[in-house]
Design a protein around this ligand. Structure first.
Ligand SMILES: Cc1cc2nc3c(=O)[nH]c(=O)nc-3n(C[C@H](O)[C@H](O)[C@H](O)COP(=O)(O)OP(=O)(O)OC[C@H]3O[C@@H](n4cnc5c(N)ncnc54)[C@H](O)[C@@H]3O)c2cc1C
Length: 508
């Protein structure tokens, strides 16, 4: 049974807010009503009522959207799907069925404990399946197993036809295959409301993994050393990191403010492609690349990188001193429940096909050596990427165009005071733009990660700043006709543009 929450209801303010406390920017932006649905039938009814009443529906599952695509709906209705949260085996079809409101941590627990399976999805426990899987969804196992949307077999979705009637569809490779493809990576971009993700096969979860961290003295690091560190990291993913025996290795290099006694942290998770950890030579070989940067070992990389570390000795660098400690994969996958809760935030992204050029690394070094308010409140996560994600046929079968990248970058900026909003948004945007300005970017794409070295941006890291570039669809959907395909799908399945937000697919 659904619950309808109007502005007068004491629950309204709490339900209006998603993960990012920056939204809604002002109270008048919020919808007239929030409908908390508990079954697909509730969603159907609420959607049909909204269309009948001529009000705009927006849909929220886990509430982790990076931009204000859901709460910004003056006079409209926000459909809250967070209570549709089951993870089950459908006895009729033999498919694993994940409801959109299920959060990733619970998805991992259910799939693993009941079936020994997993989904190569994200690292944050509380992200919702609804936006995450439909937008690609990647995480620590993606180099080994691809994106979570790559495994989809079918989707249950509600669309609205030209007459305003809500249509229930099960879409797959045979039924409405164009809509199915669109939902394998662009499902949150305005085609309908997904009520279930269905999977025939899912990857077997690794039995065990090792986690380890390295830290580098950041406060004393010179610009030249930083450039060398970043290019060493980037070179690995663009070369050796493409070999299948390395695909069980995931790494995240975090670059943040340069402070006294500060550190740069490199977090790694590893298992062999068969999901075991009998031989860590691939991991050790990777770690050895960083011995020359005076790296120190951190045994619990989830804790602060400023905690106790093992210093290298002349006889034993970090890669040699490392003693692997195997832990069950489930423990690693569900241990990190953080995620910037309670903060205002802005994010940006870039896919990289090759290593860093000195100009990029220099811009990053100089920004974080400065003392701007945004430099002190932000971090760039430089994630390893590629491997199984880059199987070339997937570009034509799904709605994720980026299938050649070897790193994925994410800018994250967090603060608490609303009075700082404008300054953070401006400074982060200027910093990001400066990195992609110069000879390493094509003359027509200055300020954006596009060209020989880059593959644009990730729609699940939505960033409305990119709308100022007339070619923004290219950045998110590539140049090989995917965006035009999605526009046709939009035209066929949402002819009245019922589902729209700032970055939804524009009708053809
Ligand atoms: C702390 C944090 C950690 C993250 N970590 C990762 C990560 O490791 N890997 C990664 O790939 N991404 C990550 N993300 C990004 C995340 O995948 C996206 O923000 C995702 O869209 C969130 O989905 P949601 O359901 O939680 O969000 P919501 O705000 O509910 O939805 C996001 C978008 O999807 C649409 N949508 C939601 N549900 C449906 C539905 N049922 N049908 C149709 N459209 C729908 C919404 O309308 C909205 O436009 C992270 C985000 C945060 C905040």
């Amino acid at each position: 049974m659904d619950a309808s929450v109007t502005r007068q209801d004491p629950r309204y303010q709490a339900l209006l807010r998603g993960h990012n406390l920056r939204f809604p920017e002002n109270a008048s932006m919020g919808p007239a009503r929030i409908v908390v649905c508990t079954t697909p039938a509730d969603v159907h009814r609420a959607l049909q009522t909204a269309v009948h009443d001529g009000v705009r529906p927006t849909v929220r599952s886990g509430g982790h959207c990076y931009e204000n695509f859901t709460a910004n709906n003056p006079g409209g209705v926000l459909l809250d799907l967070s209570q549709l949260s089951t993870v089950d085996l459908d006895p009729r079809t033999g498919e694993y069925c994940i409801a959109p409101g299920a959060v990733l941590g619970d998805v991992y627990q259910s799939l693993y404990k009941r079936y020994g399976l997993t989904l190569p999805a994200g690292s944050c426990y509380s992200v919702g399946a609804g936006g995450h899987i439909s937008g690609g969804g990647y995480g620590l196992l993606s180099r080994l197993q691809g994106l979570s949307s790559d495994w989809l077999e079918a989707i249950d979705i509600l669309t609205v036809d030209a007459s305003g009637k809500v249509i229930e569809r099960r879409v797959d490779r045979k039924n409405d295959p164009d809509l199915f493809r669109a939902c394998c990576g662009a499902g949150g971009a305005g085609f309908g409301i997904i009520t279930a993700f269905r999977f025939k096969d899912l990857p077997v979860a690794p039995r065990e993994v090792v986690e380890v961290g390295l830290r580098f003295p950041w406060d004393t690091m010179t610009e030249q050393q930083f450039i060398a560190l970043l290019t060493t990291y980037g070179d690995y993913w663009a070369t050796r990191g493409c070999d299948p025996d390395t695909w069980g290795l995931f790494a995240l290099l975090g670059v943040g403010p340069k402070r006294e006694d500060g550190w740069l942290g490199l977090h790694m998770q590893f298992c062999q492609p068969d999901g075991k950890v009998d031989d860590v030579s691939v991991l050790r070989e990777f770690m050895a690349k960083f011995d020359r940067f005076n790296s120190e070992l951190i045994s619990s990389p989830h804790r602060e990188f400023a905690n106790a570390a093992t210093k290298p000795t002349a006889r034993q660098p970090a890669s040699a001193a490392y003693k692997p400690k195997r832990i069950p994969w489930l423990e690693a996958a569900t241990s990190d429940r953080s995620g910037g809760n309670g903060a205002r935030a802005k994010y940006k992204s870039a896919y990289m096909k090759r290593s860093f050029v000195p100009a990029e690394a220099r811009a990053i070094y100089r920004f974080y050596s400065g003392n701007s308010i945004t430099a002190r409140s932000s971090v760039i996560s430089i994630d390893s990427y590629g491997g199984a994600v880059n199987r070339p046929q997937l570009a034509a079968e799904t709605a994720i165009a980026q299938r050649s990248s070897t790193m994925k970058l994410q800018w994250q900026c967090y603060w608490f005071d609303p009075a700082e909003d404008a300054q953070h948004l401006r400074e982060l945007d200027a910093f990001y733009t400066s990195i992609y300005t110069g000879e390493h970017v094509g003359p027509h794409h200055q300020g954006t990660p596009w060209g020989d070295r880059y593959e644009g941006c990730y729609m699940n890291y939505a960033d409305i700043d990119m709308l100022r570039y007339p070619y923004w669809p290219e950045l998110f959907y590539g140049r090989d006709g995917l965006y035009e395909f999605l526009q046709k799908v939009k035209q066929s399945y949402d002819p009245n543009n019922v589902f729209h937000h700032a970055m939804s697919i524009r009708p053809a």
